[in-house]
Design a binder for this molecule. Structure first.
Ligand SMILES: C[S@@+](CC[C@H](N)C(=O)[O-])C[C@H]1O[C@@H](n2cnc3c(N)ncnc32)[C@H](O)[C@@H]1O
Length: 289
């Protein structure tokens, strides 16, 4: 049976109430993002035009997406993109969805290096390319090497580079295990990383939608403690940083104390600091040569 055409106002009323009843966190925002993705209209337009009619096929797509959202599929995978540092990054189930707290890596890079932008950036475990590409968009003369152990993620990062920068002239993409593709003597001015740092013990504390949909390799450290990948990065970055270079590595809640003492014990960095995010959580370890 043909469904009568429905307008944005009616759809929002029904589906926001439905999601609210199911204790969904951001019902209005998420409905608007889905409707915007389906109709190609901005969220502002949709809010200002509740009388705007959707076609039958659009309504069917919207209902199907709401169902998948309710079953725990992340919104960013449903619409295929997520905003980070003012850019829209393509996301796929092969990539972690960029998180707002990771913007601190970009913010600190710019804060420390804007007066003398880096010639070469190395973004380790780049995923969608969120950090490295945001920095390339900010510094028009810099080059970056974006790495990931997952080739599918790297292909998404390449697509994002084309989408956001219009070309890949200033970026290289390397599929490797942290530093293992880099010979002695290779040095970057800035190394950024948001490695997997969740421990197996914390698995059940993760949101169901994260646990069931985001790639395991992007979440959990290989040794299960949450520390092994960060320690590998801290333990090797000094060999690949130029003199005066900076390493910025995201860390997990409660990891700062052990990582600070690990980094100090290496006795290779000139400065080592921990920086808090907007929620007051120790979020980034910054080490310079
Ligand atoms: C937490 S995600 C971060 C993604 C992206 N940088 C971001 O902040 O949105 C970690 C990324 O590291 C990659 N990764 C995991 N183990 C790795 C390894 N041994 N070497 C290189 N990349 C690795 C994962 O595939 C994933 O893309």
């Amino acid at each position: 049976m043909r469904r009568p055409p429905q307008c944005v106002g009616e759809l929002l009323k029904t589906h926001v109430a439905y999601l609210k009843a199911k204790a969904h966190t951001f019902p209005l925002n998420d409905c608007l993002i889905l409707l915007s993705n389906i109709t190609g209209k901005s969220k502002e337009f949709l809010l200002a035009h509740p009388e705007f009619q959707l076609r039958e096929d659009e309504i069917n797509r919207f209902s199907a997406m709401i169902r998948r959202l309710r079953q725990g599929e992340p919104l960013a995978y449903l619409v295929g993109e997520k905003e980070f540092w003012g850019h829209l990054f393509i996301c796929s189930p092969d990539t972690l969805i960029p998180r707002p707290e990771t913007e601190l890596l970009v913010e600190l890079s710019i804060k420390h290096l804007d007066k003398r932008p880096p010639d070469l950036i190395l973004d380790l475990g780049t995923g969608t390319g969120a950090v490295g590409i945001s920095l390339l968009a900010h510094w028009k003369e810099s080059k970056a090497i974006l790495t990931d152990i997952d080739l599918s993620a790297l292909l998404v990062a390449r697509e994002n580079c084309m989408r956001i920068l219009g070309n890949v002239h200033r970026a290289s993409f390397i599929c490797c295990d942290w530093f293992n593709a880099f010979k002695k003597g290779f040095r970057a001015d800035l190394i950024t990383a948001n490695p997997p740092y969740v421990s197996r013990r914390q698995m059940n504390l993760l949101d169901k939608s994260v646990r069931e949909h985001e790639p395991e390799r992007a979440l959990f450290s290989r040794d299960g403690t949450g520390y092994s990948e960060i320690e590998t990065i801290l333990g090797n970055a000094h060999r690949h940083l130029a003199k005066g270079g900076l390493l910025l590595c995201e860390i997990g809640i409660g990891q700062a104390k052990r990582l600070l003492s690990f980094a100090r014990s290496l006795d290779v960095y000139r400065t080592i600091d921990v920086v808090k995010d907007l929620s007051g959580i120790d979020r980034v370890i910054a080490a310079s040569l």
